[in-house]
Design a protein around this ligand. Structure first.
Ligand code: HEC
Length: 151
């Protein structure tokens, strides 16, 4: 018995569908592999100064009281975005480190150590956000992150 549930397609129609699928695959692949890959190397490059700053951060044991990406001690606030958050930044962080507060000791480090330390915190802040509050997938498969810093 013949099966008539599928209409017979002509060769031209089959070829059109074939090429349509190839084109769809090619454009989808192009989008997926290229969208959202722009990366400003100059901005968040892990400079020599930032590397030295990480050692300063370890030497003075800032992590005993502070967190980076939520990990660390809990006496002071998370420092991931202290350099990049609106209303904070370099002079703000410098004031805390140089002068201390009732709860944070002041640190008597050399000027160059302080510059390295701030460069390290700058690098950490530019490399990511913590906490991430909202992650929305786009129709083409990337993720848009909405963070506290955007509000
Ligand atoms: C003994 C615990 C302790 C240590 C060690 C410590 N801090 Fe703090 N830090 C605090 C506390 C507590 C605060 C909150 C200040 C307040 O409320 O008085 C703070 C605040 C800060 C702030 C302001 C953050 C903000 O978003 O308001 C920065 C920047 C900072 N510290 C950097 C550092 C760095 C860099 C080091 C290491 C060199 C360090 N701290 C070491 C306890 C500490």
């Amino acid at each position: 018995m013949e099966n008539h549930s599928f209409p017979e397609l002509g060769l031209t129609a089959k070829r059109s569908i074939f090429w349509l699928l190839i084109m769809a695959f090619a454009s989808y692949s192009y989008l997926v592999y290229n969208a959202g890959t722009e990366y400003d190397r100059g901005k968040s490059f892990y400079s020599e100064s930032a590397k030295d700053g990480k050692l300063v951060f370890q030497e003075y044991n800032c992590i005993a009281c502070h967190q980076i990406y939520g990990l660390g001690g809990y006496m002071g606030p998370d420092l991931t975005n202290v350099m990049t958050a609106p209303g904070k930044g370099r002079p703000f962080a410098e004031a805390f480190i140089r002068s201390g507060t009732a709860k944070m000791p002041r640190f008597d480090m050399s000027d160059s150590a302080l510059v390295h330390l701030l460069d390290y915190l700058q690098y950490v802040g530019e490399a990511g956000n913590y906490p991430v509050t909202d992650a929305q997938p786009t129709w083409y498969g990337n993720i848009n992150l909405k963070t506290d810093a955007d509000e």
